[in-house]
Design a protein around this ligand. Sequence first.
Ligand SMILES: [Zn+2]
Ligand SMILES: [Zn+2]
Length: 798
Amino acid sequence: MALASCRGHTGLVGDRIRTAIRVEGVVQGVGFRPFVYSLATSLGLTGHVGNDVDGVFAEVEGSPEAVGSFLTGLEQQAPPLARIERVSTRSLGPTGGSDFRIVSSQSGGQRRALIAPDTATCADCLREMADPADRRYRYPFINCTNCGPRFTIVRDVPYDRPLTTMAGFRLCALCAAEYHDPGDRRFHAQPVCCPACGPRLLLADASGTPLAPDGADPVTAAATLLLAGQIVAVKGLGGYHLTIDARNAAAGAMLRARKHREEKPFAVMVPDIAAARALCEVSETAERLLTSGRRPIVLLPRRPEADGLVGPAVAPGNRHLGLLLPYTPVHHLLLAAVARPLVATSGNVSDEPIAFADADARERLAPIADAFLMHDRAIHIRTDDSVVRAAGSREVVLRRSRGYAPEPVSLAASLPRPVLACGAELKNTFCLARDNRAFLSHHIGDLENAETLRSFTEGIVHFRRLFDIEPQVVAHDLHPEYLSTKYAVGLDGVELVGVQHHHAHIASCLADNGEAGPVIGVAFDGTGYGPDGTIWGGEFLVADLAGYQRRGYLEPLPLPGGAAAIRQPWRMAAVYLAAAYPAGLPGGLAVQERNARNWAAVGSMATRGINAPFTSSAGRLFDAVSALLGVRDEICYEGQAAIELEQLADPAEQGCYRAGIVGDSGSAGGASGPDGAPADQRGVQLRVRGADFIRAAADDLTAGVGVPVVAGRFHNGVAAAIVAVCRRLREQAGLETVALSGGVFQNVLLSERTVSSLEDAGFRVLVHSRVPCNDGGISLGQAAVAGARDRLSPPPPG
Ligand SMILES: [Zn+2]
Ligand SMILES: [Zn+2]
């Protein structure tokens, strides 16, 4: 209706209005200008549209009705990859004109345009790739404005082909025509290419010698090697995968041996959703996540039938599998050729960062991979696969990287000055923020080797340039030995803001939800630097973005041997058992028998306080229970004991252990205001007696109660203790909202129990949805804290 009447008016100059429009958000490289063009021309409007540093600008002229329809359609019909953050309009005088044009990009000024994340091959491109009559039939680099590489090929902004790693590929006449035709679905798709002009696939050995004979299809040749049990390194969007036939046990054992990765699960790429269902239980939410354009690895409950379809080396001892669907044309071709699940694990040795540069990949992966399926389109920035889980209808992001980065998190309040937040030590991300946008980096990894540190420092330089952010405030963890802290402290001419680790967790949860607090913050994780000299990790804070008070915590116990106690959960079981049974341990505890040789030494290390710092870590409590139940005495990767404990717990169990909560007159401080000075300490600090859980669990074990039931009761007990402390804090502080954060809440059983119990008790509960609750989300929290403190005490003028 609107359409017909508008067209009738456009000829009447007297009725015409002209409106200038500015669109901000992810609007470049996603087909936004052709969309504007076709919307405007369909409404009979004249004017123009173009890209500049802020995003998209346009002027449209026509009847008021047509302009109104245009503005409605602009937001409602935007292309799939577009994310509109703001549309602003301004009235102009009509200028006449008879057509609508796409004008060339304008550069200069401060950059505010956003860059889209890499996106999985779309259905239209897959259709063309499968069509023998199409000129891109089986072309491994097919893409369009709705799909393909983005963030990983961008060298600089504005996002235009010469500033991407596609710069060296000269468009052929056919591709150029598509690129320049506003009616084409590849109009201004920067990575557009075809077999005549684009990148080529090559199957080679580590020295670069081609393995497929001239004219043979590299994908078919790679598939043959995989089916014969070989290891093939496959270049993806953000780095190399190591792939094997997931069913081949010998290949699995060989890959583990060559990678020096003893037990950490491998991800499995399946050809389609039906193959995913054959291996795992796929909920509606999980299917949505698996098939989304972001294509993360989704952790799913494994079906018993999976045993016949994937080998024992894929995810030993794990009741979950990490599955992902193909996300590049190369993946689609390869999976179709092998027609079975492939292990697709990161291309690295042990804990090194994933290889992404070709020469480096060939060198580092030479001892592992038998062949390399690679190509000549460079990856500009290393980006790991993202990892998520489904909790009910909710997405739980465990690693936010490829497909998500560099999409910004919008902040509730604008930052007075640009901020760099350097993040934590493990699972590091950094965050650059300006105005109301926080650009959380892709997953950098554990900052414990030179290569990862280089990713961190180079990543910061790259993000500063891409988003044109010159940080004036730099936030960091309080831990003086974190490499991220040392980096921050070494910067000149910036204002430093130290942020306590668990306060950063709660601030991250607040920022994730667009809130500012105050809230009751429950931060449960493995390790964080406490200002009182102990290691924190089971914290109840009353916090807003600017500051916090430590109002409760898990009763601290010694960590005998420091880092050794983290690697060997049985040590925590020994400490907790000693605390649970001060008059002497009951006989017949299997954990004590298994570790009899060192039990007494560890006990005396703890009681005498030798190399045994105190910790309130919730992660260590889970470790202790895990060892007590015979799940894990030693771990091979971070969080393993708790992960396996969760998988073992009977989710139907309703029984619950009760831990005592004791008050303290509050001298074990660590509370601080925005300026770092001690805040009000008169409030009573509550301590949760974690040893009570251990005694209940040990008594149940001795009485012959099954391990899954004991594990279930323990999970329920932790949730109940959280609710009990939150109730006391609600009485004291008058707060009704609880924010949950910290890596312990990656445990879906615990987090679902805690959320529902808190809601039953009348609380409003905030959980993470856009960023990880683990240390990968710390940098966002640091940035939010720095911004809030900057708002409270702006810098002196001049
Ligand atoms: Zn496409
Ligand atoms: Zn071409």
